[in-house]
Design a binder for this molecule. Structure first.
Ligand code: GLC
Length: 422
């Protein structure tokens, strides 16, 4: 197994459009590197290598999903055969389908049996299974059990309660000497992660999902504007100004070092918060995200899939690696060691999985009812749609425009994109 960065791969792709490079390994896979992601990928790949005698190179990708997408688009549009197996985001199948193989052809029509139907449907474009489900994701609220207990409060159910508790505990902790304490950390950088956070705020205010399932643009409404204004009010009060530049890992760093009361993140942060190196081990609770009074909590659906590039020279072998990595044994190992949500319903009844990640049981409904970003109705325009939304939201968080201005701006930008082609 040999590791290189995706930048090297891109240099190769650029230099060798459509041609193969002489490679020592039989296959190359690109894996994410958020938290323990890369280590888990390496271990899984090593097992497949040991079983099959084949050799695999691993390239790591940037942490931001937005940056990963533009790198993949460069590689795929160069029709490069340098990466055979790609880890792709749940919002990308529609964007990348033309560059990916139908795994139903190589792995059989029943390849995805037992995986959540919604993800299989998401990964099936024009009847072609372009990616196998690997893990699913949904936004959850992490909180400091010890601090909430000390203050005699329960985990919040509304954003208002969360804001109050965060304000109170932050003030008390600072008074007690921890002047680096913050109430709430989340993903506020202008990238895909902010689209996920802001969709949760908007949907849990009853403000819809930006674009509805029929492709109608719904973002320009008062509830959505109100949700964004609330989030802006956190900055500089319960959330640091630096949150405007946080991705998942920066938020986790603050929470895990003991300097935040609440954090919005994906489940992977659990096993790291519970690790030996963590300052908050055994002090953390996980519940569903808050909502506006009288509304339902909303968790954005995330997750990653494994796809085989159409330009691979080893389609059968690449598909075999995908089948192994997305299979039950690997999904179970990744759930236990990394808190990566399985896409196989049966693993949510597995005692070892539930012992390692108890909220896989308590929040099962959150995972199966997560709110999808509008990638299906907007098809290959999704990247532009998300960019418009996260940039406008970022301006609200920065204090440069109001929630109402932002939702109207997104409405007109999306209308323009839609007029052209969706
Ligand atoms: C997580 C999710 C992914 C999402 C990304 C945004 O990795 O699984 O779907 O796009 O976060 O930062």
């Amino acid at each position: 197994m040999f590791k290189k960065t995706l930048i090297t791969a891109i240099a190769l792709a650029g230099a060798a459009t459509g041609n193969s490079q002489a490679q020592a390994a039989d296959l190359t896979i690109s894996c994410g590197a958020v938290g323990a992601e890369l280590a888990l990928c390496e271990q899984g790949v090593a097992q497949w290598e040991a079983q099959t005698g084949h050799e695999v190179d691993i390239v790591s990708t940037p942490n931001s999903s937005t940056e990963r997408l533009s790198l993949y688009q460069q590689i795929l549009s160069a029709q490069s055969s340098d990466i055979d197996v790609m880890q792709i985001d749940v919002v990308w199948p529609g964007l990348l389908a033309n560059h990916l193989l139908d795994l139903g052809d190589t792995l059989g029509e029943d390849a995805a049996d037992g995986h959540f139907d919604t993800i299989v449907a998401n990964n099936t474009i024009d009847g072609r299974l372009v990616a196998m489900p690997w893990f699913t994701d949904a936004g959850v609220l992490y909180y400091r059990k010890d601090l909430l207990e000390q203050h005699g409060v329960e985990a919040p159910e509304t954003w208002e309660e969360m804001t109050e508790i965060a304000t109170e505990i932050q003030a008390a902790e600072r008074e007690a000497g921890n002047d680096r304490m913050w109430g709430y950390v989340f993903q506020g950088r202008a990238y895909e992660g902010l689209t996920c956070n802001a969709l949760e705020w908007v949907a849990s205010y009853g403000g819809g999902t930006i674009v509805d399932a029929e492709g109608e643009i719904t973002i320009d409404n008062e509830r959505a504007a109100e949700a964004l204004d609330l989030a802006a009010s956190w900055i500089g009060n319960i959330s640091p100004k630096g949150a405007l530049n946080y991705t998942e890992e920066e938020a986790r760093g603050i929470f895990q070092s003991g300097n935040a009361v609440f954090m919005r993140n994906w489940p992977y942060a659990w096993s790291l918060a519970q690790s030996e190196e963590s300052n908050v081990r055994d002090k953390v609770g996980v519940v569903k995200l808050p909502s506006a009074e009288g509304q339902e909590s909303a968790a954005t659906l995330g997750g990653w899939n494994l796809a085989v590039s159409r330009y691979t020279e080893n389609p059968e072998l690449a598909a075999d690696l995908v089948a192994f990595l997305t299979g039950e044994a690997e999904q179970k190992r990744r759930a236990i060691e990394g808190a990566y949500n399985p896409t196989l319903a049966s693993l949510y009844d597995d005692e070892e999985v539930l012992a390692a990640v108890p909220f896989f049981g308590t929040l099962y409904d959150t995972f199966t009812n997560a709110v999808a970003r509008p990638s299906a109705p907007t098809g290959d325009n999704y990247g532009r749609v998300s960019n418009s939304f996260f940039n406008a939201v970022h301006q609200v968080l920065s204090g440069d425009q109001s929630g109402a201005e932002a939702v109207s701006q997104v409405d007109s930008e999306l209308s323009r994109i839609k007029r052209r082609r969706w």
